[in-house]
Ligand binder design. Sequence first.
Ligand SMILES: [Fe+2]
Ligand SMILES: [Fe+2]
Length: 364
Amino acid sequence: MHTVSVNELRPGMITADHVVSRYGQLIVEKNRILSYQMIAHIRYYGITKVAITDGEPPSEAIEHFETEQNAVLSYNEKIKKSPQFLYFKKEYDQKVDFLQDSLNDLIVRNIPCDMDHLLEQTLCLFQQNSTTISMFDMLHNMRRINDSTYAHSLNVAIIGRMIGMWTGLDKKDLDVLTLGGLLHDIGKCMIANEIINKPGALTDAEYAEIKKHPRYGYEIVKDLSIDPRVKKIVLNHHERCDGTGYPIGLYGDDIDDFSDIISIADVYDAMTADRCYRSGMCPFEVIATFEKEGLEKYKPQYILTFLEHIANTYINNDVLLSNGQTGKIVLINKQHLTRPVIQMSDDKFINLETQPDLYVQAII
Ligand SMILES: [Fe+2]
Ligand SMILES: [Fe+2]
């Protein structure tokens, strides 16, 4: 056992002891595999140090983790077997192939892309998708099947367009955002595949090379006859409002709005894809992770709208709570998105805002 500061906590670490607030509330039980949400929870209570187990996880930790995994798995299995998803998957795969061919033609053979056609292809996915299964759930499940840069780009285009719709942009602006999403990582084509697809951690030199992709991308698109805002997205989608981004390290309003929207979509998609070891990422964990990484990295009007919509997507969904009970989300708390009101199986209501020791562990 060893003690680590809250800043060093990582998902996957195992608690060696109960984590208790200074008022004696139990925050995380002993022998739990930590998730981002648990870490956010520990931080919320101002706890500074946590005892962590060394070596293999004890059987109790694995059992608890598996209960959560099975619940999430069955939810995703349900989605993957639905006719709606199977149809979406077929269409989605075609769009990814088309994007790959178009970008390769442009870069390798210098054949200009038909941007309007590229855009139309992406828009088809919206028309065919009704609201019965959320687009996020579709994308999560696709992400586990296809995680190429092209699939990522298609996802970012779709999510970016959704953020644009939620913030009330008109069709022309939405099309700019969508094209920006499709092209945002085009510079990665100039980086060696061994670096792009490297499974382990990158060396400093490799990371420095990856960080060049916005500039490489800008070089590719700068003379194309496309909206200049698309070119800015390619260059600026890794800039962050607090100045921690690249390639320039721009601050706040020096970053254009569309790059900010695409950066949110980009981080969201990378976040959900990062979790290959899991069968999906609970949307409330996504929100907790954005909160943990710092909301000040993005423009408030976009990040708050985005997170609120993610939370709202799951109203009426069944959930597993951290105490093992199940219920249904009936109301989202706008001030505290990770703490909705839950209707339990016995028809009682739990407002998570007033039950700080509980949280939503998984959508089931
Ligand atoms: Fe990128
Ligand atoms: Fe990206």
